[in-house]
Design a protein around this ligand. Sequence first.
Ligand SMILES: NC(=O)c1ccc[n+]([C@@H]2O[C@H](COP(=O)([O-])OP(=O)(O)OC[C@H]3O[C@@H](n4cnc5c(N)ncnc54)[C@H](O)[C@@H]3O)[C@@H](O)[C@H]2O)c1
Length: 395
Amino acid sequence: MPSKQRILIAGGDGFIGWPLALALSDAGCEVLIADNLMRRDLVRSVNGDSLRPVAPPAERIAAWKRVRKDGGRIRYEVIDIGQASAEVSEVLKSFRPDTIVHLATIPSAPFSMKDRATGEQAIRNNTLCTWSLLNALVETGIDAPLVHIGTMGVYGYEVEDYDLPEGYLQVEIATDGGGRRPKEILHPMKPGSLYHLTKAYDQLTFEFYNRQYGVRVTDLHQGIVWGIGTPLTALDPTLCTRFDYDSDFGTVLNRFAVQAANGIALTVYGSGRQRRALIHLRDSISCLLLAIRNPPRRDDGVRIFNQFAEVVSVNDIARTVSEVQGSSSSSIANPRIEREDNMLRAENDGLKRLGWKPSLLSSERVAEIVEEARHFQRNLNPEVIKPMSFWRRRS
Ligand SMILES: NC(=O)c1ccc[n+]([C@@H]2O[C@H](COP(=O)([O-])OP(=O)(O)OC[C@H]3O[C@@H](n4cnc5c(N)ncnc54)[C@H](O)[C@@H]3O)[C@@H](O)[C@H]2O)c1
């Protein structure tokens, strides 16, 4: 990582954004977090909260400065990136980032499918955040690459007999003269929730801004993140990142770990045969650092990497957590509309070529999460683990 880089993290107060801010600062970068802190409020709006209390941004940054002694350069600005597009341009003009990392999203599929209001909020927020950052780059003329985390969910969860490529598909099109012309196109998108739909829209928005204005974009199609920390967040309790376990915002493995720690049967949706891509939080940060360190060239088009370490089924995840804690699991009615017997196969070579060495699901790492969940048992609200959002079927 070239030290002295100035990195703007849109959504830097979040689960992934905060550990990334620490990692970049640790590497000598100057970090500006731009965040409206909405994740904190959204989780509370569904009666949840991070199991482990999360300090306000100013306290986190003060703790980092204490730990680092040399002052670790992180600042934050509270700004709604989707709503305040003129201010976003002003922030860019004054900070002049070398790279922008875009994590500012309402990242929950269930929340986006809860009701009309939450669906509208997710669509507006997510699409406008993406547009606002790209618009600011064009408006200010700042030539900073943008790194975004998208989702493996854009491909849809079908039964395929080929490995999903990293974003693009090579096809042949029949031409007028009876010939065949090879063409590279975005892999068809089959989002399974409004949240995933906004990520599909992001892909087209990136393609548009890259083609029309030459904005360099890396889109990381990420799997589900598990884990609750990195070596840097563990340096001081105030540096911890969020540990959400509610059914709207907590990711599946972390949620199972909280159930296991509290003697609650792990709630597997439906058959549990849904196969999903998984990545540990530490690896997510490593991949982001690699993407920042290795920007695409302008004529590369939008660069897409599949960012996951392994593909496992929900039953595999439940089994691993059960083995650590001896918990039982029970199948409950699936609140989502999804295939329960998909066959996810995908390439993930791009980030490995840049030097990433994926770490896989392990009982040691899962045991750390269960242990932390036990430590903060007093903060548990078991009601929010039960499904709170339902994909409504047309009757
Ligand atoms: N966590 C996962 O398992 C996972 C998996 C795949 C993809 N992703 C993607 O990674 C990114 C980061 O995810 P996360 O888990 O850290 O989510 P998060 O909700 O913890 O972080 C997102 C941050 O963006 C902020 N934000 C949202 N809208 C904003 C706005 N209008 N203005 C300013 N700030 C805004 C939120 O306050 C929050 O701090 C998201 O784009 C998400 O879709 C996450």
